[in-house]
Design a protein around this ligand. Sequence first.
Ligand code: 1GP
Length: 247
Amino acid sequence: MSNHIEQYIKQKINEQGCIHMTLLDPEKFLDLDYVTVAKDAEEAGTAAIMVGGSTIASNSELDDVVKKIKVAVKIPVILFPNNLTGVSKYADAIWFMSLLNSSNPYYIIDAQALAAFTIRKNNLETLPMGYIIIGNGGTAGYVGNARGIPLDKPELALAYSLAAEFLGMRYIYLEAGSGVKEPVPTSMISYVRKHITGTLIVGGAIRSPETARKAKEAGAHIIVTGNLVEKGRVKEKLSELIDSIKS
Ligand code: 1GP
């Protein structure tokens, strides 16, 4: 299996320290043109387009979305699956993620096992990720039956992050949840970053350049934003945010 996307991510982080990825949730784009949004995000300097959401229910629709985005942009398209329906052979790679603090084994390993043959058959590059819900986690926390890590318990976030690394996962995602009020606390980001060796991804409620800059300064390697691009002025808002994590 190729590791082109992993190499690309590594190189970008080496060059820039902290990179940005744009999450497109096709379910939220019923009235919006996600192809234009993806193009604008690429022009603003985002490193990759992530496609996914907590309630995607149709593989064929997802295939269609991924194909259209692939035609429109040169940057990688990486799946961010919620379930079996989040897998598409047309993407460049898939975050092969386990919702580590779910109370339902389906989201920890069963969905992954059910998707494994399809992924192998289609030679989709897998990026092994420990996905950890912080706080209530919004829709991802609810749908994934997560026992969210309390915002004031960085040591618990670190315990799950280290366990993920010991299991061989090279990416750790601290997820506050899309559209929630509070992002992952910077004290938690810096505590986890200090003690892990892998790549740290942070997302959820990052809507301003200031919040993004603080997450970067706390040690995030990858900052994911989703909501921000669902409300227009994509190029302008993302350019400002991406500039703030470059400087
Ligand atoms: C959700 O972390 C991502 O999985 C993005 O969150 O939509 O709040 O930017 P937002």
